[in-house]
Structures are given as structure tokens and as C-alpha cells.
Design a protein. Structure first.
Length: 428
């Protein structure tokens, strides 16, 4: 009887050890990612609103858990997430904001980020956390300018403000010392955090795959390239100093965010503290694809995507680092917003991008992953035109865009099937 009890106790302890097995760290060797001692390539998603959905006050934790489970079921284990918004007082921006005033933080949203990471860790998922944004939809760099006396943020498409006005305003950030130091203080604050659910310091949490400087940081003009590069190198070095345990990337769109120059992109990524490269592809925004003339423009979009990917793979090969297509999307057929409407052309485009990752993985090439934009889960458009207002369900589409426009919903079974198929191949 005693031996039987010992055996049972041993089995019980073994089961606990297996269930509590530490999450393996993601590292880089040359042009490959590794999870522990095995190569890691993936089809992941953008889930920028995850920490807001995880909030106790404004979120929906039951929905969050269902969505994480559904993603896991389809092999999605890599989520690109916004740490939090700044400001949060303008229409068409994410509200509430994590940093609602300069240096002041919403404890509920910090708790949401902790909860999200804890639940992802249980599912062996990985987070790419981008710290701020080049664009207005989450406050971003422009909000630091407003906080430091550079005038009110000219929010595009509000009261007739043009995109050129916003970009000229935002360009000042790279010359604004107090703005850059304020962002640095925020970076220090976040990276020094300890998760209240796991009691793990962020710097010790392998659920975090990488810190990312920003969503789509840009020099914004040729005359600003030197100042931009100085800033991007400085903040990359700061992040790596604060947390040498995790990977660092910039969040760049690639050539499209580098004054349309692949050389400018390469030059801004020479720093060895940048562990991997990124690119974004937006066929509709870049006028490669027209949903109202899809048959004719889909081949153009695919050919241009091929050229764009190839250009960036060449840079990654030269720099001997992995590269990710970490944003790409396409509207539903005829630009419908609701689940259940056709996604024929999106599925074609997704399948192409995913196949490029699989091809590269099989040939030990540098293209090692793709994060589609994005997973809208159980979200939906409330208004017919897709306008988002605080309190409406969150989707992957940021507040300045029609809700549902680029979202992959939980009911988009054909798209999820393509995602699962490629993830199954990548994990073999």
C-alpha cells in the first residue's frame, strides 16, 4: 500500500511538473527564430486591443478567454499587442488611454495587460508588445508633443485636418528632447513592471517574445532621416539595456515607411540590438487592390506583394536577421463590414502570404512569420458605416477606421481554416 501511495504521489508530482513546465524563450540565431532548441516559425495575428478587452472595467474577460481559446485551436500562438494608448480624449482615438496624462497611468488597464499576459502564458502564446504609435489612433508620438507645449494634435479627418498636417506636426517629435525623455520614462515604467497575476517581472516573462518601439515609426520626410535614425537607435538601445532577456524590433512598415526607399529602411536597422526586421503590406491603402474591381486588381496586388516581400528578404539576408510580415490585411468582398459576408479575395491574399512564410521556413530563409491584421473575434460594427464610439465592441480595426473593415471574426471559418492549415505545416 505504501509503495502504491508513493507511486501515486510521484505521478501526481510529475503531472504538476509537466503542467507547470516553464514557457520556452524565443531567441534569434542568424535568420531563424528558436523556441528553446527548435526552430520557430508562425502565422500569428494583430490583437492590439487585447489589454483593453482584458480590463475589469471596460473589457469582457469571458470574451477574451473564448477568443484566446479559438486562436489557440487554430494554431495562432503569436499576438502583436499595443501596450496602451496615450491621451484618449479625441474622437477616432482609443479610449480610455493607459497613459491618460503625462506620467499618469490607468491601473485598470495595467491590470488588463497583466491578465492578458497571464492567460496567454497558460496557453503557451507569445506577445509582441509595441510601446507606442506613430499614428493618432492611440495618441502616440503626437500626444507627447501636445503634452510638451507643441500645440493641439491635428487629428486627421476631424474638422477638415489633412494627413500632411498631422505628419508635419508629428515629425517634430524627433527634435523634441522633453517629448523623447517622457516616452523613455514610460518605457522604463512598463518594462520594470511585475505581473500581478503571475508575480513574474516582465523582464523574466517568456510570454513576451519581443518589445517593439512603436507601430510604424517613420522619419516622415527626407530632411528628418538623420534625427529619426538617432532617435530609433537611442530608444532601441534603451530597451535592450532595460531588458536584455527579450528581443527588440522597431515595428517598421519597411520601404513604405522609409520615404519609399529600401536603402533608408536598411540604414535604420543596422543596429545589432534590433534582433529582427518587420514589414507591413496594405494593398488597398497602397492602391494595388480595388474591392470593386477585384478580379482585375487581385493579380496586381499579388505581384506587387511578391516584389515587396522579395526586396525586404534581401535586406534581411544582408543583415543576417529574421523578418516578419507583421501587418497585412484586405477588406471583405465589396468592403462589407459584417461576419458572414464573403472573403474570397482576402483568403486568396492570406494564402499567398502564408505560403511565402512556409516556403521560406522550408528553405531556412529569413521570412519566418506573419501576423495578419487582425483578429476581431466576437467584435462587430454597431453603426452601419462602422463608426466606433466608446462602449462599442472592440474589433481589430482601430477607431479611425470602419469597424469590421479588416477584421477576421470568430465566424470567418474559411479564413481560419487557411490559418490553421499553414500553422499545422509550420509546426511539423
Amino acid at each position: 500500500m505504501k509503495n502504491g501511495l508513493l507511486k501515486l504521489s510521484g505521478l501526481f508530482l510529475l503531472s504538476i511538473m509537466i503542467s507547470c513546465q516553464a514557457q520556452e524563450k524565443i531567441t534569434v540565431k542568424g535568420t531563424q527564430f528558436y523556441k528553446g532548441d527548435k526552430q520557430y516559425a508562425y502565422i500569428g495575428t494583430n490583437y492590439w486591443y487585447g489589454s483593453m478587452l482584458a480590463s475589469k472595467k471596460i473589457g469582457d474577460r469571458k470574451r477574451l478567454l473564448r477568443e484566446l481559446d479559438l486562436m489557440q485551436k487554430n494554431g495562432i500562438d503569436n499576438l502583436r499587442i499595443l501596450v496602451g494608448a496615450e491621451g484618449g480624449k479625441y474622437d477616432m482615438t482609443a479610449r480610455p488611454a493607459l497613459q491618460y496624462e503625462e506620467g499618469k497611468y490607468d491601473e485598470d488597464l495595467l491590470d488588463g495587460l497583466d491578465f492578458l499576459l497571464a492567460e496567454m502564458g497558460k496557453r503557451k502564446m507569445y506577445a509582441v508588445l509595441y510601446l507606442t504609435n506613430n499614428w493618432e489612433w492611440s495618441g502616440g508620438l503626437a500626444q507627447y508633443l501636445e503634452w510638451n507645449g507643441k500645440g493641439v494634435v491635428p487629428v486627421p479627418n476631424v474638422n477638415g485636418v489633412k494627413w500632411s498636417e498631422f505628419m508635419n506636426y508629428t515629425e517634430q517629435f524627433h527634435s523634441c528632447e522633453p517629448c523623447m525623455e517622457s516616452l523613455n520614462n514610460y518605457v522604463r515604467f512598463i518594462i520594470a513592471r511585475t505581473n500581478t497575476y503571475t508575480n513574474k517581472k516582465y523582464i523574466d516573462d517568456n510570454t513576451i517574445m519581443a518589445w517593439q518601439v512603436a507601430n510604424e515609426p517613420r522619419p516622415l520626410s527626407q530632411k528628418n532621416e538623420v534625427k529619426f535614425n538617432t532617435w530609433i537607435n537611442t530608444i532601441v538601445d534603451l530597451i535592450k539595456t532595460l531588458d536584455p532577456n527579450h528581443l527588440v524590433s522597431t515595428g517598421s512598415e519597411g520601404k513604405a515607411g522609409s520615404n519609399d526607399s529600401i536603402d533608408v529602411f536598411e540604414k535604420s536597422h543596422l543596429n545589432p540590438n534590433i534582433d529582427y526586421l518587420t514589414m507591413h503590406i496594405w494593398p488597398k491603402n497602397w492602391r494595388w487592390f480595388d474591392a470593386n474591381d477585384a478580379e482585375k486588381t487581385m493579380p496586381v496586388a499579388l505581384e506587387n506583394a511578391k516584389k515587396y516581400i522579395d526586396e525586404h528578404i534581401e535586406v534581411a539576408t544582408t543583415l543576417n536577421r529574421p523578418i516578419i510580415v507583421e501587418e497585412f490585411g484586405l477588406p471583405r468582398d465589396h468592403e462589407k463590414l459584417t461576419v458572414g459576408t464573403a472573403v474570397k479575395y482576402r483568403d486568396i491574399f492570406y494564402d499567398y502570404v502564408f505560403s511565402r512564410v512556409l516556403e521560406s521556413k522550408n528553405n531556412n530563409g529569413p521570412l519566418q512569420g506573419a501576423n495578419f491584421w487582425g483578429f476581431g473575434g466576437e467584435g462587430k460594427a454597431v453603426n452601419p458605416e462602422g463608426k466606433w464610439n466608446p462602449g462599442d465592441p472592440l474589433t481589430t480595426d482601430p477607431p479611425q477606421e470602419p469597424q469590421g473593415f479588416n477584421s477576421v471574426f470568430s465566424g470567418d471559418t474559411s479564413t481560419l481554416k487557411i490559418i490553421k492549415k499553414h500553422n499545422d505545416f509550420l509546426k511539423k
